[in-house]
Design a protein around this ligand. Structure first.
Ligand SMILES: Cc1cc2nc3c(=O)[nH]c(=O)nc-3n(C[C@H](O)[C@H](O)[C@H](O)COP(=O)(O)OP(=O)(O)OC[C@H]3O[C@@H](n4cnc5c(N)ncnc54)[C@H](O)[C@@H]3O)c2cc1C
Length: 424
């Protein structure tokens, strides 16, 4: 007897969702519907380059409908996921109800403000394209305000930039802003002297790049200090009121920009059985990424907590490669289920980690190998070009980087949404 077509609903078109869908796209026995709040996929590791006006947002984003062109078994539903109804095999979005045979949840994480309401209201996160554009406008508007004012205290407030979180994102933003201060701001804002010395990188832990090797941590600290970034360790941000960042040791930094790169928590999923949400609001899954206590609901990537991989007993790091590998394996396992073949449990193949620490310098921790500097930076560029969605984006981004490298002067410093924030 011929089997019916399987309806797979994928919620979230990030690394996990897109890799799963790409692998199912060629099999006509699957009808796949992607639900996403945006109509485009984007590439979070390069958001900081959008936020610092180094590359265009369109270089790291790609519309789903363009990706699904001429693929008969793929559908797109633009909408915000609200809840799952496991008894009915349906999900609700703000635009309607969709039924599924298998549901795959991969909506990732959201910024964690650790209960600090003022920080949540007034800081600038960096999780989405909107966040990055807002930050870019805010930084550029601040420069204009700093140029105009003669008031020393106000000038200080507009020029100071505080970055909370010394992980890869915080380090990358600090390095990029410091380089821009040195190379671009001096030419374009002659009124402002020494922009670099206004950048503060704060972390509650004892080192930068916490999860990376000691060599990477030391190199990042050395390079950023040489660029003039003030690194403040073992100190948490406690509050942000009246344009002042208040630190755990009682000190304050006057600033109009607090960039929050300090932590994430799983996005809330309503409707799952009790006990399915674990540490960091991540969803507990088994070795096949099936949500514990369900029969046809899966969670992937940053959103899930999988404790079955013997090399990662506390769960996997929330990284792109984990999401990509889980998405690919689940596609294979959904086919295995359909064709009645045995399922394969997930084990993470850790290929190492890289972080950019200034414009042309990076650190690389590969299994059994550490390297740094310009070569590590080239490897970083290469590795970040490969998973970008869309050939055009790969070419465009390579050209942007080459141009910036040759001219030392990217030309994207446009304030394009002044209606959102007045240049008072
Ligand atoms: C600034 C930044 C820098 C990073 N740098 C690196 C790096 O250098 N290397 C690395 O390995 N990892 C990096 N990461 C982590 C990496 O991006 C994540 O591990 C990866 O994106 C996780 O993939 P995912 O598919 O689980 O979720 P995501 O890629 O976050 O995708 C989630 C998707 O769900 C959608 N969505 C969210 N809420 C809803 C909703 N309610 N309804 C419908 N759709 C929704 C979103 O629009 C998005 O498309 C970085 C993350 C950030 C934020």
């Amino acid at each position: 007897m011929e089997q019916a077509i399987t309806k797979v609903v994928v919620v979230g078109g990030g690394f996990a969702g897109i890799n799963l869908i790409k692998k199912l796209a060629k099999d006509r026995n699957f009808q796949v519907t992607l639900v996403d709040i945006n109509n485009y996929n984007f590439f979070p590791p390069l958001l900081y380059q959008v936020a610092t006006a180094f590359i265009e947002p369109s270089s790291i984003s790609y519309p789903y409908r363009r990706l699904f062109q001429e693929k008969e078994n793929l559908r797109f539903h633009m909408g915000c996921f609200i809840r799952v109804n496991p008894d009915q095999n349906t999900i609700d979005t703000d635009k309607g109800t969709i039924s599924y045979d298998h549901l795959v949840l991969c909506i990732g994480t959201e910024t964690n403000y650790f209960g600090m309401e003022n920080v949540k209201q007034n800081s600038l996160p960096m999780k989405t394209i909107n966040d990055a554009l807002k930050l870019r406008n805010h930084l550029l508007l601040n420069m204009e305000k700093a140029v105009r004012t003669e008031d020393v205290a106000k000038k200080e407030k507009y020029l100071n930039i505080v970055i909370a979180g010394g992980g890869p994102t915080g380090v990358e933003v600090a390095g990029m802003l410091a380089e821009m201060g040195r190379n671009i701001a001096v030419k374009e804002y002659p009124e402002i002297k020494d922009l670099t010395s206004h950048i503060y990188l704060i972390d509650a832990g004892p080192v930068l790049l916490g999860p990376m090797s000691k060599k990477s941590q030391e190199e990042a600290t050395k390079v950023l200090q040489r660029l003039g970034v003030h690194i403040v360790l073992n100190t948490a941000v406690k509050d942000y009121v009246d344009d002042k960042v208040i630190l755990g040791d009682g000190k304050t930094i006057p600033t109009n920009v607090l960039i929050w790169a300090s932590g994430v928590t799983g996005r809330e999923v309503k409707g799952l059985p009790e006990g399915s949400v674990g540490r960091g609001r991540r969803i507990n899954v088994d070795e096949y990424n099936k949500v514990i206590g369900t029969s046809n609901i899966y969670a992937l990537g940053d959103l899930c907590l999988q404790l079955t991989d013997k090399n990662f007993p506390n769960g996997h790091p929330q990284l792109a490669q984990v999401a990509i590998q889980q998405g690919s394996l689940l596609a294979k396992n959904l086919k295995n289920l359909y064709y009645r073949k045995p399922l394969v449990p997930f084990t993470y193949n850790d290929k190492g980690s890289l972080a950019i620490i200034s414009k042309y310098k990076a650190v690389a921790d590969l299994p059994k190998l550490f390297f740094k500097g310009f070569f590590a930076w080239l490897v970083w560029l290469f590795i970040h070009i490969i998973p970008l969605v869309g050939f055009r984006n790969k070419v465009k981004l390579s050209f942007s980087w080459l141009w910036s490298f040759l001219t030392n002067d990217p030309t994207l410093r446009l304030i394009i949404r002044p209606d959102k924030e007045e240049a008072k």
